[in-house]
Design a protein. Structure first.
Length: 611
């Protein structure tokens, strides 16, 4: 090949890569609610275009399969066409020479099985199944279905109080989510078709900084219904349920075993991520909503639960997940070995340990492990995180991992703990780990397998175990609530198995999750308890979103939320993030494409299912 043809090929490939970058962004921004048949047809057509033409199952099979898929999408296919489509997909999967054909065939087969009802509806009913239809991505992907475009528009107009009120229509913890939400609302933001997703959490932070939650009036409660609801647990799910139920006019009593409210937001999230005084702003506003009575420092047992279920019209159990999972290694009870729940809970109570000059090893790879590691740094320790998978397989947010590394935390991936060494006094002195290697993919991540390498000895004066949380379910099971591996069993409407007036939600029902998912469960519980009591109340947040202006679709950089310098922030428990300026917020709000107006809009109402 001469020089001219090489240069021409390079130019061609460069232009194609640039074009494919736009295609990749379009795939990433696939709107929620799309017809699975349409998505599969597009994938198949793309795969057919990629074939090199050397083997028949890929070259001819994918083209014929794409044509059949087009017939299914157009609602013209027969049962015979479906059988032929499956046969072609199996042929491509098993007979193609390379991954282009085999993976395309496997993907089609997976779609035929996963969305069997949708394909059947296209063939038999000549239409999509009910409920299929695009929706506003940010609102749909937010577990609480907050009106994101609405509060962004209000914040962009300088009405921070209005933005807080709009958020509280669906989420009474605007401040908590401004600091610690994992922002699933950004996952399929349509703005990424132009440049990058909006910094939605950053805009929320700007709003609550401009108008603190406890200074924004809550809506006036509806007239009293005379119905009484008991809520057990004053974490994000329990307090959310109490807030909405009280606004609906019900009398609510909240029972909390600790003397302070907030659950894991207070006793599981370090104050450098979420200052306690900012949590108190949300809680103060919630307690002003309607008729709410708090019974703090009152733990409930089986007998108390029986009384509550009898004395109240409905009972919502939202106790969270405050237990700790163990490594189940010899010497785990040695001095110096603590669970993440113990450490973060003690700090939440104001008891900050001194790890000065100590080697601290944190076991785990989730957000809680990063919280432990960064907390231990602030307590003076030299911190190492030990994780059995690769760094890129950590379930912690990438930003949290990067922040920990910047603050001096050493990451030791592909190391599986197998033992704890202790000294003569019975205190831990080292963690013993078996090196791992990457194995086959299971559950979406490569599974680690032991590597043929000698064990690693990692010196440790303190070992913090952050491999998961458990639910303390015994008193509730004694009361009669069914549990599966410690998690309370409830239907899609959060009604506890075996009961009609007992509901369960949040971490104690789903397993440990996130603040926004617990909030969503509390919102659903309040709505469905209201329906159980015979009502269908609707609430008015008292604010409307401004009218939309034409989109600005000029590519513009995403405004990042800055952090204090790592050397400075690692020395204290003050908030690490620096909020957006007015100028930055105005630019970021201006990037919103207002999909609620210019896109497909959103639908509300009806009894909510939670899954």
């Amino acid at each position: 090949m001469n020089r001219l043809s090489i240069e021409a090929r390079a130019v061609h490939d460069g232009r194609l890569r640039a074009f494919l970058d736009r295609f990749e962004r379009r795939v990433a921004a696939t709107p929620p609610g799309m017809c699975p048949v349409a998505v599969t047809a597009t994938l198949l057509e793309t795969s057919a275009a990629q074939t090199c033409g050397k083997c028949g199952p890929c070259r001819d099979g994918l083209r014929e399969a794409a044509a059949l898929m087009g017939s299914v999408l157009a609602c013209r296919a027969t049962e015979g066409d479906m059988e032929r489509l499956r046969a072609l997909a199996e042929l491509a999967r098993d007979g193609s020479d390379c991954a282009i054909g085999s993976e395309a065939g496997a993907a089609v087969l997976a779609a035929l099985d996963e969305f069997a009802d949708e394909f059947a509806s296209h063939v038999q009913r000549r239409r999509c199944t009910e409920g299929v239809g695009q929706s506003v991505p940010c609102e749909t992907d937010c577990p609480a279905h907050v009106n994101v475009p609405g509060y962004i528009a209000l914040a962009g107009a300088g009405d921070c109080a209005g933005a807080v009120a709009m958020i509280r229509k669906d989420n009474p913890f605007p401040t908590a989510c401004a600091f610690v939400c994992e922002h699933p609302c950004e996952t399929r933001c349509r703005r990424m078709l132009v440049d990058a997703p909006l910094n939605i959490r950053g805009i929320k932070r700007y709003a609550v900084d401009g108008a603190a939650a406890d200074t924004v009036a809550v809506p006036e409660a509806l007239p009293p219904t005379g119905r009484r609801i008991a809520v057990v647990g004053a974490g994000p799910s329990g307090l959310t349920c109490a807030y909405f139920a009280a606004l609906m006019g019900h009398e609510v009593h909240v029972y909390e075993g600790r003397t302070q409210l907030g659950g894991m937001m207070r006793f599981g999230i370090p104050s450098y991520r979420f200052p306690r005084e900012r949590l108190d702003e949300d809680i103060a506003a919630i307690l002003r909503a309607g008729d709410i009575t708090v019974h703090a420092g009152e733990a409930v047992d089986a007998a108390a639960l029986e009384r509550l279920a009898a004395d109240f019209d409905a009972l919502y159990v939202a106790i969270g997940a405050h237990g700790a999972k163990a490594l189940r290694l010899e010497n785990e009870g040695a001095a110096g070995v603590f669970s993440a729940v113990e450490l973060l809970g003690a700090i939440g109570e104001g008891d900050i340990p001194d790890f000065t000059g100590k080697s601290v090893v944190v076991v785990g790879g989730g957000n809680v492990a990063m919280d432990c590691a960064r907390t231990a740094v602030r307590c003076g320790g030299e911190v190492t995180v030990v994780y059995r998978r690769r760094l890129e397989d950590m379930t912690a947010l990438a930003a949290e991992v990067e922040a920990a590394i910047a603050e001096g935390v050493e990451m030791r991936p592909l190391q599986a703990p197998v033992g704890l060494a202790v000294n003569e006094e019975g205190a831990v002195r080292a963690l013993i780990a078996q090196p791992q290697m990457v194995g086959p993919v299971k559950g979406g991540r490569p599974a680690p397998v032991p590597a043929d390498k000698p064990e690693t000895v990692i010196a440790a004066d303190v070992v913090l175990v952050a491999i998961g949380q458990d639910i303390v379910s015994d008193p509730f099971e004694a009361f009669g609530m069914a549990a599966d591996r410690g998690r309370f069993t409830a239907d899609n409407f959060l009604v506890a198995e075996g009961f009609s007036n007992v509901f369960a939600g949040g971490d104690c029902q789903t397993g440990p999750a996130t603040v926004i998912r617990a909030i969503a469960a509390g919102k659903v519980a309040a709505r469905n308890i209201d329906a159980y009591l015979g009502y269908n109340h609707t609430l008015d947040c008292g604010v409307e979103a401004p009218g939309a202006v034409p989109n600005r679709r000029v590519p513009t950089g995403r405004v990042a939320v800055a952090e204090r310098p790592a050397r400075e922030r690692a020395r204290d428990f003050a908030a690490t993030e620096v909020a957006m300026s007015d100028e930055e917020a105005a630019q970021e709000c201006g990037r919103c494409l207002r999909c609620d107006v210019f896109g497909c809009g959103s639908a509300e109402g009806g009894r909510i299912q939670y899954a």
